[in-house]
Ligand binder design. Structure first.
Ligand code: NI
Length: 179
């Protein structure tokens, strides 16, 4: 049931980058999973696969909606698409892991996050689901839920680390066609 990249999708949406206002907004809940939302999910997969990402949030294509997708199939884990995801529980145990982001290309840093989470949301069929996640799956879900709240992984760095990235971030901002 995993969605493969569709060649027929017209790319009406493009990846946006650090510096674009939409990446800083708190995204809005999806009222119901209709054809338009399904189409948006398909476009998200298309953009994510093109950019060789493993997780993606709707605001990254300038759609301020609470939708995330991920595909860890090549790493032996599950694919997932969730609307209105809510992380209900976080483990006390945390660990660092090197994160990157398609909207902040070329930068990766170790970020400390809880190892296990309990997350709920609505899947593509409109069914309410709840799952326990750990490892990379939990990591990606947390990264994407951050996007839905206008938070980027670099926000979780110490100030001095983020300051060091300033010159690179300035260049990334210019990748946005308009902002
Ligand atoms: Ni990201």
């Amino acid at each position: 049931m995993k969605l493969k990249e569709s060649k027929n999708l017209t790319l009406t949406h493009e990846l946006i980058y650090y510096g674009h206002d939409t990446l800083r907004k708190v995204a809005e809940d999806v009222a119901n999973i209709d054809g338009e939302v399904i189409r948006l999910i398909d476009i998200m997969y298309n953009v994510m696969y093109r950019a060789k990402g493993i997780g993606f949030a709707a605001p990254q294509i300038d759609e301020s909606r609470r939708i995330l997708i991920l595909d860890l199939a090549e790493r032996g884990e599950v694919s997932l698409e969730l609307a209105n995801p809510v992380i209900k529980e976080f483990s006390d145990k945390k660990e660092p892991y090197e994160e990157g982001c398609l909207s902040i290309p070329g930068i990766s840093r170790e970020i400390v996050r809880p190892v296990e989470i309990l997350v709920s949301g609505v899947n593509r069929d409109g069914t309410e689901v709840e799952l326990e996640a750990d490892g990379l799956l939990a990591r990606v879900i947390q990264h994407e839920v951050d996007h839905l709240n206008g938070v980027l992984f670099i926000d979780r760095l110490e100030d001095f680390e983020r300051n060091e990235l300033r010159p690179e971030l300035k260049k990334i901002k210019k990748l946005n066609r308009r902002s």
